[in-house]
Design a protein around this ligand. Structure first.
Ligand SMILES: [Zn+2]
Length: 79
């Protein structure tokens, strides 16, 4: 009679929270106006111009312009 014992100890640690944090960081990226230096902060949005707080720059309407100097979205770059 033969008996064979094999044993595998496999531990995998995956933490899905890491991904969520990365996404949150991308969403909360601030954008700076290249003309006047105004900073768009996604946490604050631009309620005076119809952009709710928590809106990532990505989701700001294409016709939104800098509230200070009137530059369009193309003039903004990530901080
Ligand atoms: Zn500006």
């Amino acid at each position: 009679m033969n008996s064979c014992h094999s044993r595998f100890d496999a531990l995998s640690e995956l933490d899905p929270r890491d991904n969520i944090q990365v996404e949150r960081m991308i969403i909360m990226t601030k954008y700076v106006c290249g003309i006047c230096g105004y900073v768009y902060d996604p946490a604050l949005g631009d309620p005076d111009n119809g952009v709710d707080p928590g809106t990532p720059f990505d989701k700001v309407p294409a016709d939104w312009v800098c509230p200070i100097c009137g530059a369009d979205k193309d003039s903004f770059s990530p901080e």
